[in-house]
Design a protein around this ligand. Structure first.
Ligand SMILES: [Zn+2]
Length: 105
């Protein structure tokens, strides 16, 4: 075996760091297992970073604020906006002729 004492020390630190990271991910998986499972069933995106899990419903990517009314749903003369039917949001996956702009399909 041709390893200097510094090489052995560096190898031990690398091993400890890898084992610590592995335990960290195992603990994180155990803590967030139920929530991650719920998010997965719902079809949400899960972004994992160290001790933080962020969940996002991709259906929000389909929705945008109505440009005609600025997102408040109010049109001229106190009536509802004709473009978004007073919802203030437009859904990209619904054609304008569908009648209603829904907040989330
Ligand atoms: Zn509108």
């Amino acid at each position: 075996m041709n390893v200097s004492p510094a090489g052995i020390t560096a190898g031990l630190w690398t091993l400890l760091r890898e084992q610590t990271l592995a335990r960290h991910w195992e603990l994180s998986d155990a803590v967030f297992a139920e929530i991650d499972g719920f998010a997965w069933v719902q079809g949400w995106a899960i972004i994992r970073y160290r001790t933080r899990h962020t969940y996002r419903d991709p259906r929000f990517d389909r929705v945008v604020a109505c440009r005609t009314c600025g997102g408040d749903g109010a049109g001229e003369g106190g009536r509802e906006c004709r473009t978004c039917k007073g919802e203030g949001l437009l859904n990209f996956f619904e054609p304008p002729d569908a009648g209603q702009a829904r907040k989330i399909a």
